[in-house]
Ligand binder design. Structure first.
Ligand SMILES: C[S@@+](CC[C@H](N)C(=O)[O-])C[C@H]1O[C@@H](n2cnc3c(N)ncnc32)[C@H](O)[C@@H]1O
Length: 397
């Protein structure tokens, strides 16, 4: 098959990455815009020389799935911001659960079927999967229109509105303006009014968010969860899974402004200790600003791998880590397990990276014991997991 060829495909499943999976003459084809159970006519968009798989896009749906809907957004299929606008919300969550279970088996080495009953939970405030993004980074086109990049391309799709964005930052207030001479527009909707920053730089604006029973004050460019229901849902999942005890020592890795540290402070009490590690200076400033009156929180501005390799910490009781999409990697996972905590809560925005890191932990005698999943990114294939990893000797015989 060559790029541009047409092919009729029977679609079998959804793949990590959001494309559907079909086979043509035994070769795997990843098909954008198709759903399991459908027969579609697709156009080949990529035929890599290694020949292991092809990529295609759906041109016509011959037999539609009952999970298919008409996309609410007029830019669906063109704009790279969402890839599952054509899927009902319950089916999106079902597919996400299937993908997590699949990568945990294939990459993470979990027994087949162990996570087949996993559900992906909606977070509070989500009815229809729209209007949730409180943080948008728009690119601008040569005429000064703001928009998002096309799927797997550098072209910018200028937008009149973005349906997944919070209405204050996904409509004319931002998108009807001319941004001539500006490369990027950061629009955020924190507690209080929206903040819109052309070519943002640290120090341009400070925002406040409330989560885990605290107020967080940080620079608009620092990391904060984009779904308004995310920070509280993840904080309470971490707290519930780790069950921090009074006087324990918690290490919060990839800590951002310290959300999980703040969430666990109450249970740890005055005799507890928390070390947070974060490499982004702006986020570290936010953590210092938000947690400055907590004398048992020690905030470290460093890379996690470097901080752990310094060996300044020998033991701790519990760990939470929330790495970027690439995951933590073998060395970091090995060093965490060597600290001998009784439990590790792993917050993951990429289930494949989570699965890989769990496999590293398993090689050290650790075990995935509990798993929660949250639909923090409706209309896209993205999903968030919170996993509890414990030493094997903590399991019942
Ligand atoms: C997914 S965010 C999590 C932030 C925080 N836990 C929260 O929920 O708000 C990942 C964070 O890790 C930081 N980061 C990325 N690579 C890092 C590294 N190698 N060492 C330390 N922090 C890192 C990023 O700056 C970002 O703040």
């Amino acid at each position: 098959m060559r790029v541009g060829d047409g092919v009729t495909l029977d679609v079998t499943s959804m793949a990590h990455g959001g494309e559907a999976v079909a086979r043509h003459d035994g070769q795997v084809v990843f098909v954008r815009g198709a759903l399991p159970g459908e027969t579609v006519v697709a156009e080949i968009t990529s035929a890599p020389a290694h020949g292991r798989f092809l990529r295609a896009r759906t041109v016509d749906v011959v037999t539609p799935s009952p999970d298919r809907v008409s996309p609410p957004c007029e830019y669906s299929g063109v704009c790279g911001g969402c890839d599952w606008q054509h899927v009902t919300l319950p089916a999106q969550r079902r597919f996400k659960a299937d993908i997590i279970a699949d990568v945990l088996t294939r990459i993470g080495g979990e027994p087949a079927g162990r996570w087949s009953q996993l559900t992906v939970d909606a977070v509070p405030g989500d009815d229809d999967g729209l209007g949730w993004r409180t943080r948008m980074r728009y690119a601008t086109d040569p005429s000064g229109r703001a928009g998002l990049r096309a799927h797997h391309a550098h072209d910018i799709v200028a937008l009149d509105r973005c349906l997944i964005a919070s209405p204050s930052i996904g409509g004319p207030d931002v998108l009807a303006q001319s941004w001539l001479g500006v490369e990027e527009v950061l629009a955020v909707q924190p507690d209080g009014g929206p903040v819109v920053l052309p070519d943002p730089a640290p120090g341009d604006a400070r925002v406040t968010q409330h989560a885990a029973g605290r107020a967080w004050h940080f620079d608009a460019t620092a990391f904060w969860q984009v779904h308004p229901g995310a920070a509280d849902s993840l904080a309470s999942a971490v707290r519930q899974l780790l069950a921090p005890r009074a006087g324990e020592h918690l290490v919060d890795l990839y800590a951002g402004v310290g959300l999980f540290a703040g969430a666990c402070l109450g249970e740890l009490g005055p005799g507890g200790r928390i070390d947070t590690v974060e490499s982004d200076e702006t986020a570290v400033r936010g953590a210092r600003r938000s947690l400055h009156d907590e004398s048992n929180v020690h905030i470290h501005h460093d890379r996690v791998d470097r901080w752990l390799s310094q060996g300044r910490l020998r033991r701790c009781d519990i760990v939470v880590l929330d790495p970027p999409r690439t995951g933590a990697g073998r060395e970091v996972m090995d060093r965490i397990t060597r600290l001998g905590p009784r439990a590790i809560a792993y917050v993951a925005c990429d289930p494949a990276s989570l699965a890989r890191d769990i496999a590293y932990a398993r090689a050290q005698g650790w075990h995935l014991t509990q798993l929660r999943a949250f639909d923090l990114f409706p209309m896209t294939h993205h999903v968030e997991c919170v996993a509890l990893v414990e030493p094997r000797d903590s399991l019942p015989a």
